[in-house]
Design a protein around this ligand. Structure first.
Ligand SMILES: Nc1ncnc2c1ncn2[C@@H]1O[C@H](COP(=O)(O)OP(=O)(O)OP(=O)(O)O)[C@@H](O)[C@H]1O
Length: 447
């Protein structure tokens, strides 16, 4: 009988650009135990340079969690796979515990991946998880196709870049949990069931119960490929229509800016605005609708949305951070900090103070020389970071390394948005995001 689980593991190995080291994130549940065993078996068949390591995050939230992590360790030892337990130490938040646990889990796993020299992290997300994710996102964002990893009807991407560093791959996204359990049962391999999966306190668990009770085949629409196509188009529109000066202000020809009926352009423009506003997410739907009305009207004027001024002049539309609630940030000697959600600033030595209002006249002149209208250049210089080192005689530029932050993508970048994210990175003077170690839907597009 063909084995879908083993076949998915085999296909996954052949999707790599070159063989590498895979860190499997094993919770001890059936999905990730199945993933680990299937990959172990598939690698034993091909014997061509792949290796495995495994990590279990002990969130230390339930009494049995340490023992479960140790059980995974014993299973790995039997297979000869190095296994590490990563424990979540320190204070835990009282609310939003599942989201906090998830963030911590990825953080711990990415540190382990670099220590273990892994090329990627593999997780056991299944078609059942995908169905739940789509239903959850659909409930939160009834309008399709606007957003990043956290939103949109495309569901979870099979590849996701974490923290600009390490790719998280989900080889079982089309495999059902029941198939994985059958695969494990047939081999006499046990697993542990996480009681929080059925705890109605958590949204995902409630939803799982509802989905189990309904005929939800229609909910499992997989639109990753469409999403990739839309991202590629949005990227092309960004390259064609948007100019950004000094990661501070975007300029768009007025006629182009008004094309808000085009969903790809809408997403492109809103994404650029999110970066300029130092936001991790796009504006809410109602705000986007109001903005669309304003942009389509074509008359000179100004509107503020998502901390960004949309300043329409005869020469064009200018987008920049609104001059309100700009923070003051102190950075320790040699330390780093995020200012206004927009700029990561690392001290080259001295303590720093970062506030708004860059060395006014000089920056203003540079923006004017670059082609910005005088009025816009003045406003933009007022919201630019001003870095003042504690040591006299050093300039802010010499004392610090400054980099623009792209909150939409810098923590979680779904693989199908990579072309779009790269276009934005280039626009804001940054390097492209690292490519995944596997051939994915975008690699095919690029080829
Ligand atoms: N404690 C853990 N230690 C290691 N890996 C884990 C742990 N919990 C989850 N994972 C990994 O994440 C996969 C998905 O798990 P689960 O569905 O419980 O998490 P989730 O919170 O819904 O996922 P995510 O939020 O990451 O999309 C698992 O198959 C496993 O690979």
């Amino acid at each position: 009988m063909p084995d879908a689980v083993l076949d998915a593991a085999r296909r996954f190995l052949t999707s790599f650009v070159k063989p590498g080291r895979i860190l499997v994130a094993v919770s001890g549940g059936s999905d990730s135990m199945g993933l680990l065993f299937a990959l172990h078996s598939a690698i034993a068949e091909v014997k061509n340079g792949f290796s495995l390591a495994a990590c279990t995050v002990d969130h230390a939230l339930r009494p049995g969690s340490a023992a479960e992590a140790e059980a995974v360790g014993r299973f790995c030892a039997e297979l000869g796979i190095p296994h590490h337990i990563l424990r979540w130490e320190g204070n835990k938040p009282r609310t939003g515990i599942q989201a906090a646990a998830r963030n911590k889990r990825y953080e711990l796993l990415s540190v382990a991946a670099s220590a273990l020299d892994a090329d990627c992290i593999a997780t056991g997300h299944t078609a059942d998880d995908q169905r739940e994710t789509i239903a959850m996102r659909g409930a939160r964002h009834p309008v399709e196709g606007e957003m990043g990893e956290g939103q949109g009807a495309a569901g979870m991407a099979p590849t996701m870049l974490y923290a600009r560093k390490i790719w998280v791959l989900r080889p079982f996204l089309r495999i059902h949990r029941a198939e994985i359990r059958a695969f494990l049962n047939a081999r006499g391999i046990g697993w542990s069931d996480d009681p929080s999966n059925v705890n109605p306190q958590f949204e995902r668990a409630r939803l799982r119960a509802d989905l189990d009770a309904s005929d939800s085949a229609s909910a499992t629409v997989w639109s990753g490929a469409q999403r990739a196509t839309s991202s590629a188009r949005a990227a092309a529109l960004i390259e064609e229509r948007v100019k950004v000066y000094g990661a501070l202000v975007a300029e768009i020809a007025t006629a182009e800016a008004g094309k808000m009926d085009d969903p790809d352009w809408r997403r492109a423009l809103m994404s650029v605005a999110a970066v300029l506003g130092g936001r991790d997410h796009l504006p809410a739907r109602g705000t986007i609708q109001r903005l669309s009305g304003f942009l389509q009207s074509g008359a000179p004027g100004r509107m503020t949305a998502g901390r960004v001024v949309f300043d329409r002049r005869r020469r064009g539309l200018y987008l920049f951070r609104e001059p309100r609630n700009l923070p003051v940030l102190s950075i320790e000697p040699g330390g780093e900090g995020l200012w206004d959600g927009r700029f990561s600033i690392t001290s080259r030595g001295p303590a720093l103070t970062v506030s708004a209002g860059a060395d006014g006249a000089a920056l203003r002149q540079r923006l004017i020389d670059a082609g910005l209208p005088k009025g816009a250049a003045k406003k933009v210089s007022e919201v630019a970071p001003r870095i003042v080192p504690a040591e006299a005689g050093t300039s802010g530029g010499e004392a610090a390394v400054i980099e623009c932050r792209i909150g939409l993508y810098d923590t979680f970048l779904p693989g199908f948005d990579r072309i779009m994210a790269d276009a934005i990175a280039v626009l804001f003077g940054r390097d492209r995001y690292p490519a995944p170690p596997v051939h994915d839907v975008l690699t095919e597009k690029e080829g």
